[in-house]
Write a protein that binds this ligand. Structure first.
Ligand code: ZN
Length: 462
């Protein structure tokens, strides 16, 4: 409650104090979520809308998905033409598939992509051919260890076609002839992505990105799309210190396209996060940036230690999601990755079991709140210098010591003030103070705000 009181006072305070002291909005992300009831159900229902769209790197599924996101935030569509070289890659042609199925000699459809989007291997080239069962099976992917599940497969950069089905279906196929039909087209067009920018009081930027290329998988990654879009929508109208860029792009090639277009302005990026798999009950998992100890790494670890002591913190490795591109040596951006269960570590990963039952409203909401806490730390970090370096300032005289009787948080608030004053030597940011004191970041931010208003602190010049 203390935090909200402070925030409300700040919002009402207008104009800014005549001292020129910066007006700080404490925890704008968490504040943006307060007052929204049923967030988890809203997030899950958004995932239900996005789930059955036949997404891929390019094509109508990406367009349809961006159209849904654009009903909630003013999304800007960006694009690069097929065939354009992007670093060591080339933007692929646009893939579109109208129909795909396998039928037997009696005309019965064994699998049909309209019944489940994972049945068709993404980017399959066109085919319409009868063939014996064993020839067909060379184009069929199954999961022998999970015989009731359909796997997710793609063939983006190889000229082939294929189907995915449960191992139970494949094993039960009698000998005979089968017709495989893929009515797809691969034509020059544009690779498209969506961006939304929330302007802060500085143009130092935080890049938040999630992939938009997976079909019919709920955790990976309708959850990321829903959480990020919802956060962006709720943040509208809120004042933040930093600028936030929300990026919805196909995996790998989308990140490379964005980097190639923005190479001249990457020095603005002070933090980045790739987000995915945010709807299951596992984890959370935070993967550090390549540099390992940047502000986003430290903020994520603090937010996790306050909310999820069971979280896993992983060091950087060159595999995973788009943090790989942002952390490649020529960019080496401060970019981490946040998930609940780590990709590849949960049995539902890249299978038909990653469905709408696998993700839970309460977990989607917890992930959204965790992301908000992490961003509040990044946004609220600053480095104060105490104007009273010799001895402690006399807090009681200024009415700053909280009375401890009957208020269990008063002692912690007092300790937070003492920590901030002691570490306000210009070499400790609030993040560093939280690490050292083990007090919640927002408690220190509130203390720093109070001390600043009492003219006991000044910000270290950048
Ligand atoms: Zn995936």
């Amino acid at each position: 409650m203390q935090q909200r009181t402070t925030t409300d006072r700040k919002q009402e305070a207008s104009p800014a104090p005549s001292t020129g002291r910066p007006v700080r909005q404490l925890a704008p992300f968490t504040a943006a979520l307060s007052g929204s009831d049923g967030l988890g159900l809203q997030l899950h229902s958004f995932c239900e809308t996005l789930y059955p769209i036949q997404r891929s790197l390019t094509g109508p599924g990406v367009d349809a998905t961006l159209t849904h996101l654009a009903t909630r935030i003013p999304l800007k569509r960006m694009s690069i033409a097929s065939g354009t070289p992007v670093f060591d890659w080339t933007v692929p042609d646009v893939w579109q598939c109208d129909e795909a199925f396998i039928e037997n000699e009696r005309g019965e459809r064994i699998v049909d992509a309209s019944r489940h989007g994972l049945h068709l291997v993404g980017y399959s080239r066109p085919v319409d051919r009868w063939m014996p069962r064993d020839d067909l099976l060379r184009h069929v992917h199954t999961l022998p260890d999970q015989p009731g599940l359909i796997p997710y497969r793609t063939t983006y950069y190889a000229d082939s076609w294929g189907f995915c089905m449960t191992n139970e279906t494949a094993a039960a196929l009698p000998e005979g002839r089968y017709r495989a039909v893929v009515r797809s087209r691969l034509e020059p067009g544009e690779l498209v992505w969506g961006e939304y920018v929330h302007e802060g009081t500085t143009d130092h930027e935080v890049l938040l990105t999630t992939h938009i290329c997976h079909p019919w998988l709920a955790n990976d990654n309708c959850s990321g799309l829903a959480v990020l879009t919802t956060l962006a929508a709720l943040l509208r109208g809120r004042k933040t210190r930093l600028t936030y860029r929300f990026l919805f792009a196909p995996g790998t090639i989308g990140a490379l396209c964005w980097l190639s277009r923005n190479e001249h302005r990457l020095d603005r990026i002070v933090a980045g996060l790739s987000l995915s798999c945010l709807g299951d009950a596992g984890g959370p998992t935070y993967k550090r940036s390549r540099r390992g100890n940047t502000t986003v790494d430290r903020a994520a670890v603090l937010a996790l230690s306050e909310n999820f002591p069971e979280a896993t913190i992983e060091d950087f490795s060159p595999y995973g999601y788009d943090e790989r591109q942002y952390c490649s040596p020529g960019f080496d951006l401060p970019f981490g990755s946040l998930q609940r269960s780590r990709w590849g570590k949960f049995p539902e990963y890249h299978t038909s079991a990653d469905d709408l039952d696998f993700i839970k409203p309460a977990e989607l909401e917890r992930s959204l709140r965790l992301l908000a806490s992490t961003l509040d730390i990044i946004d609220g970090d600053w480095t104060p210098i105490s104007l009273c370096q010799k001895g402690e300032p006399q807090l009681g005289r200024r009415g700053l010591y909280a009375a401890t009787g009957g208020d269990p948080s008063a002692a912690e608030r007092n300790m937070a003030m003492l920590w901030v004053l002691n570490l306000a030597d210009g070499r400790h940011s609030l993040v560093a103070m939280a690490e050292r004191s083990r007090l919640p970041f927002q408690r220190l931010a509130e203390a720093a705000d109070l001390l600043s208003n009492a003219d006991l602190l000044t910000p270290r010049p950048d």
